[in-house]
Design a protein around this ligand. Structure first.
Ligand code: ATP
Length: 318
């Protein structure tokens, strides 16, 4: 088989704010969230092949479907449907062999599956010479995974609706140093939302609003203020379901983190450090305290899905 391939690097996300509005009649909640892309990333390679396939290696690979349920393959199919609609001719070998090298832990509240979907879109757009705009790719991505459009953009972005209506946030050039603590247990996203609804017990819930304090802190690029402004409505239900997370969060704050939060619906916790060396100290201390399965350092904001390698690509399509 000819060696036509494209490799894309794609970031994990954390949510600096996640405010959950009332339960809608369609079973979803309106959200206001501030997505922040971090340097923890997956790499996805697509290679021209006779048929579609997916191979997953690395962190948590055994928990990721290696068939059509894989979000990267769903993205390939969604993009192929766009080519058909627009009458775009794709090269003869229209199948793709997708290889995913995972570093983003699976089902961790870091949107790794959506990230892989976004990466597959960018890679196939390139492999097939489609030349779709970022807005067009975002539209396809939104239909594949709830956080996939954000993974295309990267940076720090406000999400509304179900999290799919994205607006770039006005922020400073500041670079933030994060420490992630991966949990021993798991939490299902629908179960955490269910616990939130149960705890609200039918009480009236305000429409979600963007935190002025967080936005001001991000505009100022002030880590102390950002740390104090982190918020997540899903944290209390996540901690109620997995009480060990309380020890993890408290340990990070005891070790001097400027802020600590559960990411998305968990169970990963993240901590803001003062600078790179504080992040190293914090990671070592959390690891030694035995309050999590593993730790990682990351910086943010990171770029969205980006092509990092091409092989033989000029000969495809023309
Ligand atoms: P969510 O909150 O949307 O469930 P998450 O960030 O907590 O997402 P993901 O790593 O995206 O977690 O995994 C969610 C589920 O998606 C997993 O249980 C996994 O089986 C499935 N999945 C499908 N494709 C992928 C993929 N390429 N990488 C990771 N998980 C995938």
């Amino acid at each position: 088989m000819a060696n036509y391939s494209v490799t894309v690097r794609v970031p994990a996300k954390i949510n600096l704010q996640l405010t959950v509005g009332p339960l809608r009649p369609d079973g979803y909640h309106d959200l206001v969230t501030v997505f922040h892309a971090i340097s923890l990333s997956d790499e996805v390679t697509v290679e021209a092949a006779d048929g579609d396939s997916v191979t997953v290696t690395g962190e948590g690979a055994d928990q990721v479907p290696a068939d059509r349920d894989n979000l990267a393959l769903k993205a390939v199919s969604a993009l192929r449907a766009v080519t058909a609609l627009r009458g775009i001719r794709i090269p003869d070998m229209a199948g793709v062999a997708v290889t995913i090298r995972k570093r983003i832990p699976v089902a961790a509240g870091l949107a790794g599956g959506s990230a892989d979907a976004a990466a597959a879109l960018v890679a196939c757009d390139e492999l097939w010479h489609m030349g779709l705009s970022q807005a067009e790719l975002c539209e396809v991505a939104a239909g594949v995974g709830s956080d996939a459009a954000f993974a295309l953009l990267g940076g720090t972005v406000v999400g509304q609706g179900r999290g799919e209506r994205l607006t770039s946030a006005l922020v400073s050039q500041a670079r933030y140093h994060w420490v992630l603590a991966f949990a021993d247990g798991g939490l299902s996203t629908p179960a955490v939302y269910g616990m939130l609804d149960k705890r609200r017990d039918g009480a009236p819930v305000a429409e979600p609003e963007l935190s002025n304090e967080l936005m001001a802190a991000l505009r100022a690029g002030n880590p102390e203020r950002v740390g104090k402004s982190l918020s997540n409505d899903l944290q209390a239900p996540a901690v109620a379901m997995l009480p060990a997370l309380r020890h993890t969060l408290d340990a990070g704050l005891d070790f001097g983190a400027l802020g600590a939060l559960v990411s998305g619906s968990g169970p990963t916790c993240f901590f803001l450090a003062r600078d790179a060396s504080h992040a190293t100290d914090l990671a070592v201390a959390l690891s030694a305290a035995g309050v999590c399965r593993g730790v990682a350092r990351a910086t943010g904001p990171a770029s969205g899905a980006t092509v990092i390698d091409r092989a033989g690509i000029d000969r495809v399509g023309g």
